[in-house]
Unconditional design. Structure first.
Length: 369
């Protein structure tokens, strides 16, 4: 049986957003007194294409109408940017417009002061690891609403609800396990322009600078792939036919399984925001042109169906003029992700999703006029 995915097109999306929350069944599932975690990405410092605060505020107001107790939440990062610690992240979130005063509810960093506060969940079946440490504040919530920005991703390929849950609702221990891989980047010193982006971002300190030269020690690499994403000169690449992305994709399935196990099936809901669909995820501090024009907003009680529907709309859409897919000559109906991350195997990712038996890739898309 196909899962229902509800969709509003870009014109009038803000005005129709409440209708989307009602039609999708999200609103009716919230009960009085429910502590509702609204999981989202507050945007990296310097990124200007994250989810607009007004949409988050709409979700908060809906929960309050149902007499629930909402809070907006995310977790800290492995890499060393402006969201690496609780203190840095709260400062970044406030700068991007997310505060208790502006949102009308608490803004909580779910994995605590050091990014390790959480609850270990054992997995009966798994692809990569057999336990997941769910961030404490998310674990303690009664209801999880996943508010996701649709983007591309260097490891996952396509990022929306499933990736938001899997990577964003866990602590640093599980993030590390998720990104770890036998595949290690290859560094070409001759192509290096000494921008030091890899040095600044590497959580394993595999890259460092000495006497004006970038050095690399593969033994310290954890396989997260962040260096590949930020390198502007192509000096850092991944060999072995996307072994890294496959390892991360398997970890994403396990991460989603662990987090979703903490909630009753009727206490999970998913919203995918398709405005500013960028070729990089929101973790990148420099914003590029969107890959496609805005596709609207989707909502469902099935994360996999919601993501697959969003992905199919991105494929169907034309490339955004001047964007990376557009410069590669990618047309409407063609794969945009492959032009940005050619190593990522999306069909294999969807096979993993289907194999997981946690959702449905077949969906019925219902347009809300």
């Amino acid at each position: 049986m196909k899962s229902k995915v509800f969709w509003i097109e870009p014109p009038g999306a803000w005005q129709k957003f409440d209708q989307l929350l009602t039609a999708s069944g999200i609103e009716e599932r919230i009960k009085e007194g429910d502590i509702v975690a609204i999981k989202m990405h507050f945007g990296e410092l310097g990124n200007i294409r994250y989810i607009r605060p007004t949409f988050a505020r709409k979700v908060v107001e809906m929960v309050k109408r149902k007499k629930g107790l909402p809070f907006l939440t995310d977790t800290t990062t492995l890499y060393r940017r402006a969201r690496h610690t609780l203190f840095d992240y709260l400062k970044t979130a406030a700068g991007n417009g997310f505060t208790a005063e502006s949102m009308g509810c608490p803004v909580i960093i779910a994995d605590g002061l050091r990014g390790t506060s959480g609850k270990w969940i054992k997995l009966e079946t798994h692809e990569k690891f057999n336990k997941v440490k769910v961030a404490q504040s998310i674990f303690e919530a009664d209801f999880l609403i996943v508010l996701s920005h649709i983007t591309f991703h260097p490891d996952a390929g396509f990022a929306a609800s499933v990736k938001n849950v899997a990577m964003g609702c866990v602590t640093k221990e599980t993030k590390l396990a998720m990104h770890s891989s036998e595949a290690k980047p290859v560094y070409d010193e001759e192509k290096c322009i000494n921008c030091l982006r890899c040095v600044n971002i590497c959580p394993g300190e595999a890259f460092w600078e000495k006497d004006g030269q970038v050095l690399y020690e593969p033994q310290k690499c954890i396989g997260c792939g962040e260096c590949v994403a930020v390198c502007p000169s192509g000096a850092i690449t991944i060999p072995w036919e996307s072994m890294l992305s496959y390892d991360v994709q398997r970890g994403i399935i396990d991460g989603f399984r662990g987090v979703s196990a903490c909630f009753k099936k009727d206490k999970l809901a998913f919203i995918n925001i398709g405005f500013d669909v960028t070729p990089d995820c929101d973790c990148v501090s420099e914003t590029k042109l969107p890959a496609v024009p805005d596709i609207g907003i989707l909502a469902s009680l099935d994360a996999f169906a919601c993501d697959k529907a969003a992905h199919d709309l991105v494929v169907k859409a034309p490339s955004y003029p001047g964007s990376q897919p557009d410069r590669a000559g990618i047309k409407a109906g063609e794969d945009k992700i492959k032009s940005v991350f050619p190593e990522v195997d999306m069909p294999r990712y969807w096979q993993l999703c289907e194999k997981s038996d946690m959702g449905n890739l077949e969906y019925q898309l219902k347009l809300i006029d």
